[in-house]
Design a protein around this ligand. Sequence first.
Ligand code: HEC
Ligand code: HEC
Length: 441
Amino acid sequence: MLKSLSHVFLPVFGGTALVLAVAVSFANRNYGHSKIETLETRIGQVEAHAAVAQENAEAESKRAAELEIKVEEIQAAAAERVANGANLTASAPIRESSLGLGRSALKEEIAAWDVDVLPDGRGLPVGSGDVWTGEEVFVARCASCHGEFAEGADNWPVLAGGFDTLADEDPVKTVGSYWPHLSTAWDYISRSMPFGEAGTLTADETYAIVAYILYSNDLVDDDFELNNENFAEFKMYNMDGFVVDVRPETEYTEWRKEPCMENCKAEAAVTMRSVFLVETPAEGGSNSVMNNASPDELPTFSAEGPSFIPTAAPKPDEEAAAIPAAQETKVTDEVTELAAAGEKVFKKCKSCHQIGEGAKHSTGPALNGVIGANAGSVEGFKYSKAMQASAEAGLVWTDEEMAAFLAKPKEYMKGTRMSFAGLRKQDDIKALIIYLKTFGS
Ligand code: HEC
Ligand code: HEC
């Protein structure tokens, strides 16, 4: 376009100066045009910038407003906390008593102490828990000591089984077999378990655990849910096993007669000495030895100890070495001795197995005649799939198989339901097998 215009103007004005002037003016015009463009672009940019800045400013003021509200909220919460918390530490209203000591307990303080649960369900918090949740919590929080099935690990308390053993020489007192009220379990567990971490269970967890302990005791089915509403209805197995103590009425009155203070009896004679238990065995009971001192013998004291305590009976090994007996009698003696030792080892099995006349299935099958029998063959017991498979494969409980099983049940038979860690000592296993044989093989 510039070129065509210069062609039009040149013939009209002519002359170099003119040509120059025109050129300058064109150049100027040209400069002005690009400047406008530049300015326009700049304005556009500034406008865009301003818009962004405005947007930012708006966002920031909004955020500031939000933060302000938050600060107010935090301040209000803090003030409230101070107002409430201060009650616990700040001097409380002094009681109008003669001594002017102490203050009335706060509602919250009473609630924190008032945790007891009564047999009729009073004191229970609202909540619920089922057997399956209970199993999870129990395995995580309790099984390390009480065993996965509440059967008790090592020497920690057994919580399940032991039914109908209360009249035995070695009663197995568990939550299931012994405790008359379910509230005792709830209350005790909520206050004092897990051992060393008391107070860390929620109410729902406690309901679930108690449901699981009932299940471990075969007192409920696996779909059972325990809650604050059905709690009091639950009837424990041994609920009628306790009697009311009437001695205050029947006996104490006898003892509370006017005591004789003078000229009561011509002479007092010692007629019997107390008996002394010696070498109290770890398991208590049957091994105890009584002294046979007669009332006339006065005790003597020597380096061996007081005369009324007989020197400890020789250990079985020493005894066997000390008394060379005829081979025959020694063998039978040994068998009887081993069977007796086996009977003691069997205490570890008793929470789950019965043996002897009238033995019934409990957690595990009755064990009469088990040595030499086909595995998994006792009528009426529901074995695990693993035991059934072993039975189908023809497993027979020979001494060797039994020894291997009892040493490490879970390793010997993957998937067995017998939840028992195993016997560590070969001697125990040997003795136990001989004991089992005394009930047929
Ligand atoms: C670290 C080991 C340990 C753990 C974990 C543990 N307990 Fe105990 N439990 C004990 C001991 C020890 C006793 C006996 C306490 C006593 O007699 O004073 C006991 C006693 C009990 C008893 C009373 C038994 C009886 O017949 O007298 C119950 C019920 C019980 N525990 C439940 C539980 C529950 C439920 C858990 C899990 C939430 C749990 N325990 C976790 C060690 C433990
Ligand atoms: C915690 C409970 C528990 C304890 C403790 C326990 N058992 Fe068992 N036992 C079982 C269960 C459950 C079975 C069934 C296993 C299966 O079906 O897999 C079983 C199975 C057996 C069997 C196989 C019976 C058969 O008919 O084939 C023998 C034998 C046995 N137990 C012996 C013992 C002996 C001996 C002890 C003690 C050293 C012992 N158990 C301790 C629960 C237990």
